[in-house]
Design a protein around this ligand. Structure first.
Ligand code: SDX
Length: 388
């Protein structure tokens, strides 16, 4: 798994070198986040993720990613009030949520709803930077409302209107459960949002920048990014991790034996491995602590015990470390969230990164267009159809 230090090997003067999956290729310059795959470090705009997780809220991180510095209290209050004012959905979008199949995957519903939002935003195709900041705020503010409304509608419940106060974490959990979250739950959820906000040029962020680089619009770019994040090799892994943990719990399987069996069958263990990290994902380490904290508070240690046994077995058997998705699942599950919502929560948070990257792309745009090595045939001539 290449790191940013090995780029030199990938290019030569006479021709670009083929890099499957663009592994190790630097496609853009960015000031938003840096990952040190060897040290297991992640920084947003110069701040270490541990410092941000402990001392800031998600709205402060959104502001940091979009504006380059942490907000003052006055700036944060104004930003929060603006986001709060944008939480309600256009009624036609709520109508879409009422009519999609109840068993549709929440990520497919989110992708559809964000795309529909664009139809009712008169600024959708405006390219001015100020308009793009307003759209970024609107999309970020409305995605929690989409997720919570769909979850309640599929259960036969009425959507809960968003609050005109409170943090994004508080408001989301309130809309989901129709009751205010406890302080600990809100704080843990807010840290989860901080941890998932940005992460270099991951597949969904790359997708958003590719779409943005053609000068398409923000709704198209975020809808495309949601599509990319949905995949099991990317954001969809957290739901698969929970599926594995529930399977272990329901069958009473020994976690170590369960993992060894699947490895022996050549299966991948979701929540492990990373294209850039060659060591523990720092976000996983922070989330692991939260799984333990939630388990101790609940007096039910099994999820922490299962994840610890799997982590140790993977290290022994493969040397592969966990990534952010391995512990986020059991964190959300212990907060009472349904596993098929986990990736939409990832998308909620990563909307901050996607939109910040789009603004950065548009500030110095160049169409993103890599090459393909042609391995097909040459010099063929058409045979008339009657002779084929
Ligand atoms: C996210 O890019 C980002 O920053 C993403 C993300 C973000 O914040 O945006 O961090 C979020 O998407 C985290 C990753 C979530 N995905 C998973 O947990 C899915 C399981 N993991 C993998 O499939 C894999 O590790 C990837 C896709 C994450 C990375 O794959 P690479 O870099 O292409 O590595 P690879 O597939 O070439 O694997 C290298 C070797 C292989 O062995 P060989 O076939 O060469 O013998 O490691 C093995 C793989 O088989 N391997 C695994 C494994 N991951 C890699 N073996 C078992 N289980 C795994 N999970």
């Amino acid at each position: 798994m290449a790191t940013q230090d090995t780029v030199a090997e990938l290019t030569t003067d006479d021709a670009p070198v083929k890099a499957p999956g663009l592994e190790g290729v630097i496609a853009v310059e960015s000031e938003l986040s840096f990952i040190d795959g060897q040290k297991g470090e992640l920084i947003y705009r110069g701040y270490d993720i541990h410092d941000l997780a402990e001392h800031t809220t998600f709205e402060e991180v959104v502001y940091l990613l979009r504006h380059g510095s942490l907000p003052s209290q006055a700036e944060l209050d104004e930003f929060r009030a603006h986001l709060q004012s944008e939480r309600a959905l256009p009624s036609p979008v709520m109508d879409v949520l009422r009519n999609v199949p109840d068993d549709a995957h929440p990520m497919a519903v989110l992708r559809t709803a964000v795309s529909t939002l664009g139809l009712y935003d008169e600024e959708a195709d405006m390219t001015e930077e100020a308009a793009n900041h307003r759209k970024a705020d609107r999309i970020l503010a409305q995605i929690p409302t989409i997720i919570a409304a769909f979850d309640r509608l599929r259960k036969g419940l009425d959507p809960v209107s968003p609050l005109d106060h409170g943090s994004m974490a508080h408001n989301f959990l309130y809309m989901l459960n129709d009751e205010a979250p406890g302080e600990a739950a809100e704080e843990i959820f807010d840290v989860c949002l901080v941890l998932h906000a940005d992460h270099g040029l991951n597949a969904s962020t790359f997708t958003s920048r590719v779409i943005g680089s053609t000068l398409s619009d923000m709704y198209s770019a975020v809808s495309g990014a949601i599509g990319a994040l949905k995949g099991a090799l990317h954001g969809g892994a957290n739901q698969e991790v929970m599926r594995m943990l529930l399977d272990i719990d329901e069958t009473g399987a020994d976690p170590a034996g369960y993992v060894k069996e699947r490895l022996a069958e050549g299966e991948r263990i979701m929540g492990f491995g990373h294209r850039v990290y060659d060591t523990m994902d720092p976000r996983a380490a922070i989330l692991r602590g939260m799984v333990k904290e939630l388990s101790e508070e609940a007096g039910e240690m099994k999820w922490y015990e299962y994840t610890s046994a799997i982590l140790e077995t993977m290290k022994e058997e493969t040397g592969i470390d966990p990534n952010v998705d391995f512990f986020s699942g059991s964190t959300y599950y212990q907060l009472g969230l349904a596993p098929d919502l986990f990736t939409t929560i990832f998308a909620l948070s990563r909307t901050a990164g996607w939109t910040a990257h789009l603004l950065e792309q548009w500030a110095d745009n160049r169409l993103i267009r890599p090459r393909a090595q042609y391995t097909g045939q040459h010099n063929r001539t058409v045979t008339p159809i009657e002779e084929r």
